[in-house]
Design a protein around this ligand. Structure first.
Ligand SMILES: C[S@@+](CC[C@H](N)C(=O)[O-])C[C@H]1O[C@@H](n2cnc3c(N)ncnc32)[C@H](O)[C@@H]1O
Length: 289
């Protein structure tokens, strides 16, 4: 996905993933993070499963995958889950998952509206997993999903979410992308840096904004990961991405006992969550796993 002049709206995501993208390797065509780390793709993929899925997915548990595409990670989730729930904006992606995982017991699939999770799941899910998908989704929809994740997670449940991480101060400048390629280039340079040859259609989200939105939804941030493995051999360093691990407190008072500091966000682009008064949860904790 080279274009970076398009907004990260629900309709653009639907068009890109439901119609335009060819899905030549059913998601395994996205080898960029492995290349950036300088490791073979299969090794990198195994590290994602080992570091980001296995520790949070008890055998037989209920797992919800948000935006599975053609099921690149679903294979691993399916081997661990008792009940597996797949939710995607794209009808074509859900059809492909139904075909690929046909016959699997306790599989539920949903085409959604791009911002909410199915009703009737309150406090039933042990793990919400989303990788390489919300990186393209606007902050307003991410805020909505974080509230929904809080609703469906059982107390003590986890969410492992891969998201964009542009420089925080540049977020309000995101609309300049739509003015044309030179403006999109400038925005990439300011928000991600020159070391990147493309901006990967990342949305206007920083780790700080993600943390703020998670707190607003009542979720606690356990860690933000950029790299993991020996000497940070693996990770999601391309486009400066992060994977954030969230937990729904067993006792919701545990979250409110540690109130995030109130700060004012810079004037925001239209799709940044509505309130101008937002809270940040202290320093970003960067972790080498
Ligand atoms: C780049 S693909 C990644 C698919 C898969 N997670 C993987 O890693 O191979 C992005 C996926 O996110 C889905 N998606 C995009 N925006 C969405 C939204 N707002 N809500 C739900 N799914 C969305 C797309 O339909 C597509 O399946």
């Amino acid at each position: 996905m080279k274009s970076c002049t398009r907004a990260n709206s629900i309709s653009e995501n639907l068009s890109v993933w439901n119609q335009e993208h060819a899905w030549l390797e059913h998601g395994d065509e996205w080898k960029g993070q492995a290349d950036f780390c300088g490791v073979p793709y299969d090794e990198w993929k195994a590290s994602v499963i080992e570091r980001l899925i296995t520790p949070y997915a008890r055998s037989g548990s209920t797992i919800l995958e948000l935006a599975p595409g053609h099921g690149r990670w679903t294979e691993a989730l399916a081997s661990l889950a008792g009940r597996l729930i797949l939710v995607d904006l794209s009808p074509a992606c859900i059809e492909e998952c139904q075909r690929r995982f046909n016959g699997r017991k306790r599989l539920e699939t949903f085409v959604n509206d791009g911002k909410s999770l199915p009703p009737g799941l309150d406090c039933q899910v042990d793990l919400v997993w989303s990788f390489d998908s919300l990186v393209h989704v606007a902050p307003g929809e991410i805020q909505s999903y974080l509230h929904e994740i809080h609703r469906v997670l059982r107390p003590g449940g986890f969410a492992v979410i891969h998201h964009a991480n542009r420089r925080h101060w540049t977020l309000p400048l995101a609309p300049i992308r739509s003015l044309g390629p030179s403006w999109a280039f400038l925005y990439r340079y300011l928000s991600i840096g020159f070391e990147e040859s493309a901006d990967g259609w990342r949305s206007a989200v920083s780790v700080k904004l993600f943390r703020t939105m998670a707190h607003r939804a009542g979720l606690s941030v356990m860690e933000h990961l950029s790299r993991w493995g020996n000497n940070g051999r693996y990770g999601v360093p391309r486009h400066n991405d992060r994977v954030t691990i969230l937990v729904k407190a067993r006792d919701d008072r545990a979250v409110s006992q540690d109130p995030p500091k109130e700060q004012r966000l810079p004037t925001s682009e239209a799709d940044v969550p509505t309130s101008s008064q937002m809270s940040y949860g202290g320093q970003d904790k960067e972790v080498l796993g």
